[in-house]
Write a protein that binds this ligand. Structure first.
Ligand code: PLP
Length: 439
């Protein structure tokens, strides 16, 4: 059965989930294939999912949940979208992998560049980690410098250079850095507080050997949901230019969520390199890094910077991406954005009506909240929010059939399949959850 934390709260039967997790724990560290799934940020045992459809998932015990995690962001058309399934079905008839050029990868590349013209050239990879790791290698090669600057609480995947003051699962588990990352390499990663342009400028200017790149999540989703102050991203652009560093927007999470054209469209700031993942694969493993042609031409085999992948540009993944981006018109984006706002406004009202210190926010189809009475501008603020209340609320929501990100340091998402009925039903359940969490 569930651990004592959850078993006292859970109203639904999760016997089969517990059985599967017991087997999983014997096979996998923590019983999972990726740490944050293990519920360490909220206590208790994960539910084991059996299937999804539209806005909903069902666990192996048959319990139904409205899902706001959506595989951590990719499923912008919802679970088992017929659009994606049909595309996969027809691509699959031709074979599952070739390790050769295909027209599908050209189609997906063109779709991305139509919406984000600043990705003049790009390279497909299979995970966000690969994309950011490769972008940093390229930035180092292009500038001839070694140091990179990231922000506290930003997560850019698990490559060695980024496991320094990372958010997401690293924050959830309370690991300061990861053992196994050579100190010499970690020393090349400078970190500044998000939204602190002064500290960032000092770090860049004081670095004698020069900074190769400033990498940032333009809206942070890995310390919870945190928006940039007005002028922060513009300031980073000017700083990078004056210091001869590249500016990298890690849009693995924000890409095709915060605006149809990403951070450039939303904030009017253009990065030199951009990383994308999640949505562009429609639920299959795809990511990409791209940007200025003069930089991307340094990638092998055009240039000397080596990076490769057996399954890169995999035809099934490309087909899912093409179907997803084709369906995701600006009109659909606007529709999802509207429902996201309605959900977040409803949640904020629940907090206000119950006098719970809550600050909720959204951008496009990405949203989040903190149990905090003041605005959260950086990771320090995020950690000062009421994490215990978050845990109670998370479990109370789960009990009522709403699946939120299982950590106070993660963002939530919406999909095209979340209609007005789902928003209304979710708010109804979240009201009950909030009442129970503060009781
Ligand atoms: N960058 C950002 C902003 C992310 O949110 C993530 C994952 O959540 C990554 C990079 C890493 O992507 P992946 O998990 O596909 O390796």
């Amino acid at each position: 059965m569930r651990s004592s934390f959850a078993s006292t709260r859970h109203m639904t039967n999760v016997t089969r989930s517990a059985e599967v997790m017991a087997r999983a724990r014997d096979l996998f560290p923590g019983g999972v294939s990726s740490p944050v799934r293990a519920f360490r940020g909220v206590g208790g045992e994960p539910i084991v999912v059996a299937r999804g459809e539209g806005a909903r998932i069902w666990d192996v015990d048959g319990n139904e949940y409205i899902d706001f995690v959506l595989s951590w962001g990719p499923l912008i058309l919802g679970h088992a979208s017929p659009i994606v399934l049909d595309a996969l079905d027809s691509a699959m008839q031709n074979g599952t992998s070739f390790g050769m050029p295909t027209e599908l990868e050209v189609q997906l590349g063109e779709l991305i560049r139509q919406r984000m013209p600043h990705l003049e050239m790009m390279r497909f990879v299979s995970s966000g980690t690969e994309a950011t790791m490769s972008a940093i290698r390229l930035a180092r090669a292009f500038t001839g410098r070694d140091a990179v600057l990231k922000f506290d609480g930003c997560y850019h995947g698990h490559a060695d250079s980024f496991l320094v003051r990372a958010g997401s699962g690293v924050a959830t588990l309370g690991l300061p850095d990861s053992p196994g990352v050579p100190a010499e390499l970690a020393a090349l990663t400078l970190t500044a507080p998000f939204n602190d342009l002064e500290a960032t400028t000092r770090l860049v200017r004081d670095n004698k050997r020069g900074v190769a790149a400033i990498i940032v999540e333009p809206i942070v989703g890995n310390s919870g949901f945190i928006v940039p102050d007005r002028g922060f991203l513009e300031g980073l652009r000017a700083l990078a230019d004056s210091a001869g560093a590249l500016l990298i927007f890690d849009e693995v999470m924000t890409g095709f969520r915060i605006a149809p054209g990403g951070a450039k469209e939303r904030f009017g700031v253009t990065a030199d390199l951009t990383t994308l993942g999640k949505v562009i694969g429609g639920g299959l493993p795809v990511a990409v890094y791209g940007g200025r042609r003069d930089i991307m031409e340094r990638v092998a085999p055009s240039g000397p910077v080596y990076q490769a992948g057996t399954l890169s540009g995999n035809p099934l993944a490309m087909a899912a991406g093409v179907a997803t981006l084709t369906a995701l018109t600006p009109a659909l984006h606007a529709r999802i954005e509207k429902r996201t706002s309605a959900l977040v406004e409803g949640l904020q009202k629940i907090g206000d009506d119950l006098s719970v210190p809550l600050t909720a926010g959204c951008a496009g189809s990405m949203w989040g909240f903190f149990f905090s009475s003041k605005p959260v501008r950086n990771f320090t603020d995020a950690k000062a929010s009421d994490v215990k209340l978050f845990r109670r609320f998370f479990h109370a929501a789960l009990d009522r059939g709403v699946y939120l990100a299982p950590s106070p340091f993660e963002a939530c998402f919406m999909s095209a399949a979340h209609g007005d009925a789902e928003v209304e039903s979710a708010l109804d359940r979240l009201l009950g959850a909030m009442e129970a969490a503060v009781a």
